[in-house]
Write a protein that binds this ligand. Structure first.
Ligand code: SF4
Length: 290
């Protein structure tokens, strides 16, 4: 049985940057707070926690004073920065540059469209950390759309600027865009009401999708390793499953089942942008033992 780890799977540069920043601080002081899970992977969070990383939530941040807090790759809304100033907290800001650029673009777009009595739509998961950071750029006034059902929150007779959480699927983004065009036509009987679509998907994720599909086809079975909270993990796993029905989602090597490997000659191991390489390697080792 041949076991191959996909060479493109694993941390994206945004996650690498945040983890490097955390490790550097931990090696100096042995203690660092991080607002939310540094990465959507429990195994990696546990590894860093054993070095002194302490995961906190917004409520705990408000109670802290005179310390250092890491902002992870997902970014934060402006209120977090205000709290830090008020409480004399030094922020180690590891917000991913792609997310920072998107925050800036949405802020500008919101300023523009509010003058036209229009709306900002963010295609993303309600409550997701990155989406909270994006919402904050509009004072909480953007409309978060997680799927077609949420479109009832939109006024199709008013102008719309559309954006996306960086890790959404390009196909789902495009389908939603087409549905909005359709509903706008019905509501207005004309195409003249402004609708600007900003493709703000991260190419670190969407660029992996076609390549991952090829990888899924090349192997008899796919073991997809990811934290259960990872948005891009869910999205990329679905892409694998479409190409190869023998695709299995696991978060730890203990979830591997021996019966999956009966009459299999090629095993492919891959993962999300939040999956550490060491975890995929430990999964490969366990499968080789089987
Ligand atoms: S997936 Fe893209 S936007 Fe998100 S942290 Fe990684 S590089 Fe940045």
């Amino acid at each position: 049985m041949k076991v191959t780890i996909d060479k493109y799977s694993g941390f994206c540069f945004g996650v690498v940057y945040a983890i490097e920043m955390a490790e550097e601080e931990l090696s100096k002081s042995g203690e660092l707070y991080c607002l939310g899970d540094i990465v959507h992977n429990n195994m990696e969070v546990d590894r860093l926690s054993s070095k002194g990383l302490k995961i906190i939530n917004q409520q705990q941040l408000r109670e802290l004073k005179n310390c250092k807090v890491l902002i992870r790759a997902h970014g934060e809304p402006p209120e977090t920065y205000h709290t830090a100033i008020k409480n004399n907290i030094q922020l180690l800001d590891a917000s991913c540059p792609v997310v920072l650029k998107l925050q800036h673009t949405i802020k500008e777009g919101y300023e523009e469209i509010r003058k036209l009595d229009g709306q900002v739509i963010i295609f993303g998961k309600e409550g997701h950390a990155e989406v909270q950071g994006l919402l904050g750029q509009t004072g909480g006034n953007a409309i978060v759309i997680s799927g077609e059902d949420d479109l009832e929150k939109v006024d199709f007779t008013a102008p719309i600027y559309m954006y996306s959480q960086t890790t959404k699927s390009p196909k789902a983004f495009s389908d939603l865009q087409q549905e909005i065009i359709k509903r706008k036509k019905i509501a207005n009987n004309t195409d003249s009401v402004k609708f600007i679509v900003n493709d703000t998907l991260c190419r670190q994720v969407s660029g992996r999708e076609p390549q991952l599909k090829e990888f899924a086809k090349e192997n008899d079975i796919i073991i997809f390793v990811s934290g259960k909270k990872s948005s891009n993990g869910k999205m990329l796993f679905q892409s694998c499953l479409k190409e190869n029905s023998k695709s299995y989602f696991i978060s730890t090597k203990d979830e591997i089942k021996t019966e999956w490997f009966t009459e299999i000659s090629q095993v492919g191991i891959c993962g999300a942008t939040s999956t550490p390489r060491w975890l995929m390697e430990s999964v490969a080792k366990k499968i080789e033992q089987i």
